[in-house]
Design a protein around this ligand. Sequence first.
Ligand code: AGP
Length: 613
Amino acid sequence: MCGIVGYVGPKPMKGVLLSGLRRLEYRGYDSAGIAVEQDDKLLLVKVTGKIHELEQRLAGVDMEGSAGIAHTRWATHGEPNDANAHPHTGCNDRIALVHNGIIENYQALRTLLLERGHHFSTKTDTEVLAHLIEEYLEKDEECPLDDAVRLALQEVDGTFGVVVIDHNNPGQLVVARRGSPIVLGVGENENFVGSDSAAFAEHTRDIIYLNDDEIATITASDYTVKTLQDEVCNPIVEEITWELDRIEKGGFDHFMLKEIHEQPQTVEDAMRGRVHPDLCEVKLGGLEEVHDILVSAERIIFTACGTSWHACLVARRLIEDFVRIPVEVEYASEFRYSRPVFNKGTVLFAVSQSGETADTLAALRLAKDEGIPVLGVVNSVGSTIARETDAGVYLHAGPEIGVASTKAFTSQVTVLSQIALLMGRLNGRLSKKRCEGILHEIVRLPGKIRSILDDTGSISEIAEVFGRVNNALYLGRGYNFPVALEGALKLKEISYIHAEGYPAAEMKHGPIALIDDDMPVVVLAPGDQIYPKVISNIEEIRARKGRILVIATEGNETIRDLADWVIFVPKTLDCFYPLLTVIPLQLLSYYVAVARGCDVDQPRNLAKSVTVE
Ligand code: AGP
């Protein structure tokens, strides 16, 4: 998704802005640009392509100025090209702005502005906002920049995270947000703006999360925050909770590989201070206030997208097993435009790594509007979803930079397991004895994940074979069906190989027609309760000369006779196999993507956080 950086202060402007953009590169983009106000004029450079191309264009260009903005764009309206890249200006090149979000009524505004004599140089919705603001400034020379921005935004329908500079008002940034995240970094005689705190974390750890319909005016020495209705706010300065090294590669070739290898630690962090096996206790501070809601819950709806949606499928089995209440898992993009029936005792969980996914946010707002309790399972602290839910649990996985989600999935499943255990104990349907056994196993999982990661040799060899195919089928049953979906998504999104996840037994109802020598099949066959049935499915594939990679439990030597390749994972409880069987699939997709020369951390067309619908 688009990245925003703003700076006002004494440091070299170009350096601060470009390093901030680099910290946001992982979000995915197709063009980049920078603008500063300097000596009563605007200096603006923008390119189609990557930040290093912008840096080349800026080599030798003196762009210091006292306030500056920069942007990486993931095209929504208007194709990726230099003109459509941000920043954008009005007719008189007086102001420049960068914008995340979508202006829904931009066509109507554009028509009005054309009638009033404005001329446009791009096809973007964003440019309309620049002309509107400039018009307010031209109408009344005394009009402060923040008033012009506020008045212009009152004409806008849609979402925005926007930062504006004006060479007639040097040394200040005006920032506003509705539905698209914007945070302020508070420094010593300098201040920062970012669509994500990673943009300025190397400079300051003091942060203000701007809320929807708030506008801030920022100088190097001060900041004020108001509502778009011009009421003064008293923002709270919080502190960034993660260390900067968490967003460095730490010696790995890619963020994705680093994050795969972080999982023993992040799964442990997801339990830290929360799981007490000897006391048979799960303590989730973020849900303490809503135990009454959890006890009386009669139905759970999970809503999420992508990998998070897969984690919810695992959660469904966990809750139906431990809590014995019905669970539905809804794609947020479908749910938000449906007419869901909420009955008494319904509780909705929104699950999101970024906490900014537009569809998931809209789905939770739909439920909130109906008076349904909405709980969150989120990684990004202070994100919009985290702040709009009634209560929730953070993953504590640290920033996930790779576009392909890995550690977030295992942390989500770990947290969701704890929620299911807590709810099962609260409503009495999970016995103390069974809960104790489960808790003593969950604390062993980080070590079991580590043992898989300690022996990845065979996976890179298998990846050489998978790297040459165009299609693949992933099969799983029970707790591992969601893992089949997740493994297929990983392969699709970073290696661009078409891969499909399917319930193993369902293969007989169609997909078995696809099986041939060019269609390798990945089968999740850990030694769980459904294992004998999965073996039957494997036999069906073999009978059709399909090539098979099986993920099996250590010690199962018979499986070698049924598969072309086998990757073993340690034994665990049926309900925890997703946390182990997913690891080889993450690694397989990583090595296949590397073998195919793909951009592992920033796959084509993808964004890390989809903040537009
Ligand atoms: C997963 O690898 C993808 N990056 C994508 O499906 C992602 O899981 C989805 O966009 C949801 O993101 P969220 O968890 O931040 O809401």
